[in-house]
Write a protein that binds this ligand. Structure first.
Ligand code: NDP
Length: 463
């Protein structure tokens, strides 16, 4: 009999922590999972899930517009923010219940308390001051939105956390940051009728994505009426007497808006966690350093998910958790695979991608073939909308492998999931060509681009 209270103590009841706790418990391990707030973590409580529900809500005005081209007359319409929030909260509560039930059914102990490390085997539960011990500790505490203390007036700003619970829908908003969250929320708020400005310090939004897709998305967002200010930053935010915000930029511009939202990245949740007491090493952002098996510098302490600041995506945290269980409890040491992770930005239009952008591929391969199609999807032929779809395949000319696949347009996220299989399986352009098209679909374009649009040799575009 082990001298510890638990075989595994998981700190953090989000995607990574719950998965590891549930599976380890189902293998017969004595597991406790501590969560100080709500089970489900960022993804379920204030991230992916409520965000996607907001995305659906914000798409209706466009659906109504498209409907007219198909002969429908849509009557008077109105939107009630409070109804959306209430329905979203009900769904989140349902999902939270499922997370708890999954743990309970597997035999894990749920602890509703903040848990901090006393040493590498001892955990203090702040709710009642009790200490418990565990043979193995898994830290899966996630992250939180970065604040911006250097910006005068930053205390007037909200982050995505607050955006999910605003009591009123603002009439106007300025969003700082050109990454996933900034771009998604700019589209959400705009779709809900909010006058929206996105301000980004760099040259082009979504800097890490393929250039053709991000520039095409930029064009589409502006065409809808979203103002995008690139190479600009806020220098000061003032609260006016009427409660609105006055946001000043370095280009001598002043925006008067109801809300300013910061979407400037996320920080690992490690402050006050007792990592120093346990001797666990962290990096400059507070991220926990781990090896390829998600093990920290302390032998029995592991960490998965956003707290390690590797790839901040829910499916990645879950995958890391499963690899942890395989390594520690199934005798099958497994390293998480962070290569060719398919992902989507739920902008409008959506952006789905897997593998390398043209720019990144050009740095890795001597010669590339680029296949690109820009077209108006059939859905919009009767709607009168001019919105274009973009599809792009990046092919290593030597091996013929498709090393990057990128889609901008309706359902691009769904397509990215399936393209992810092909790219992960290292399929060649000839495999794509040999695949019969599904007609009529937008996705058929991915298997009918027979001639390269251009080649890239040693980083230079050639005919
Ligand atoms: P991102 O890292 O995607 O983007 C952060 C943005 O903020 C960048 O444009 C960055 O600019 C800018 N920025 C950073 N610091 C400052 C600053 N001091 N002043 C002005 N701008 C600044 O982070 P997000 O917050 O958008 O999202 C966090 C993570 O959450 C993402 O990395 C993603 O992994 C995950 N996520 C995934 C989603 C999905 O899968 N659909 C949806 C939402 C989030 P620069 O480029 O110049 O550094």
């Amino acid at each position: 009999m082990t001298q510890y209270d638990y075989d595994l103590f998981v700190i953090g009841g989000g995607s990574g922590g719950v998965r590891a706790g549930r599976v380890a418990a189902s293998l017969g391990k004595r597991v406790a999972v501590a969560e100080e707030y709500r089970f489900g973590g960022t993804c379920v409580i204030r991230g992916c899930v409520p965000k996607k529900l907001f995305v659906y809500a914000s798409q209706f005005p466009e659906h109504f517009e498209v409907a007219a081209g198909y002969g429908w007359t849509v009557g008077e319409r109105s939107f009630d923010w409070k109804t959306l929030i209430a329905n979203k909260d009900r769904e989140i509560a349902r999902l939270e219940g499922l997370y708890r039930k999954g743990l309970e059914n597997a035999g894990a102990t749920i602890i509703e308390s903040r848990a901090v490390l006393e040493d590498s085997h001892t955990i203090r539960l702040e709710k009642d001051g009790r200490t418990v011990t565990a043979q193995t500790i898994l830290i899966a505490t996630g992250g939180h939105p970065s604040l911006h203390p250097a910006l005068p007036g930053h205390e007037h700003c909200i982050t995505s956390d607050e955006a999910f619970h605003l009591t009123e829908l603002p009439k106007s908003i300025a969003i700082v940051g050109g990454g996933y969250i900034g771009v998604e929320f700019a589209n959400i708020f705009h779709g809900l009728g909010v006058e929206t400005t996105l301000i980004y310090r760099g040259k082009e939004i979504l800097g890490r994505f393929d250039k053709d897709l991000r520039t095409a998305l930029h064009v589409e967002m502006e065409a809808k009426g979203i103002t995008i200010l690139c190479k600009e930053i806020f220098t000061k935010i003032d609260r006016r007497a009427d409660g609105r915000l006055e946001a000043h930029t370095n280009a001598d511009r002043t925006l008067i808006v109801d809300q300013v939202m910061l979407a400037i990245g996320r920080q690992p949740n490690t402050a006050g966690l007792g990592l120093d007491k346990a001797g666990v090493k962290t990096g400059p952002k507070g991220e926990i350093f781990v090896d390829e098996y998600s093990r920290t510098n302390i032998e029995n302490v592991y960490a998965v998910g956003d707290v390690t600041d590797r790839v901040q995506l829910t499916p990645v945290a879950i995958h890391e958790a499963m690899c942890f269980v395989d390594t520690v409890y199934r005798g099958k040491p497994t390293t998480p695979d962070h290569d060719a992770v398919a992902t989507a930005v739920f902008s409008q239009p959506e952006l789905g991608t897997v593998g390398l952008s043209e720019e990144d591929a050009a740095e890795q391969y001597d010669e590339l073939e680029i296949y690109k199609a820009t077209f108006r999807p059939m859905r919009h032929t009767l709607s009168g909308r001019l919105e274009k779809m973009v599809m792009k395949l990046v092919v290593d000319a030597a091996s013929r492998r498709v090393v990057g696949a990128h889609v901008l347009g309706v359902d691009a996220g769904e397509m990215a999931q399936l393209l992810g299989i092909a790219v992960k399986a290292k399929l060649t352009k000839e495999d794509f060509d040999a695949t019969m098209a599904v007609h009529p679909t937008a996705a058929e374009e991915l298997v009918t681009m027979y001639q390269p649009s251009y080649r890239v040799k040693n980083g230079q575009q050639v005919a």
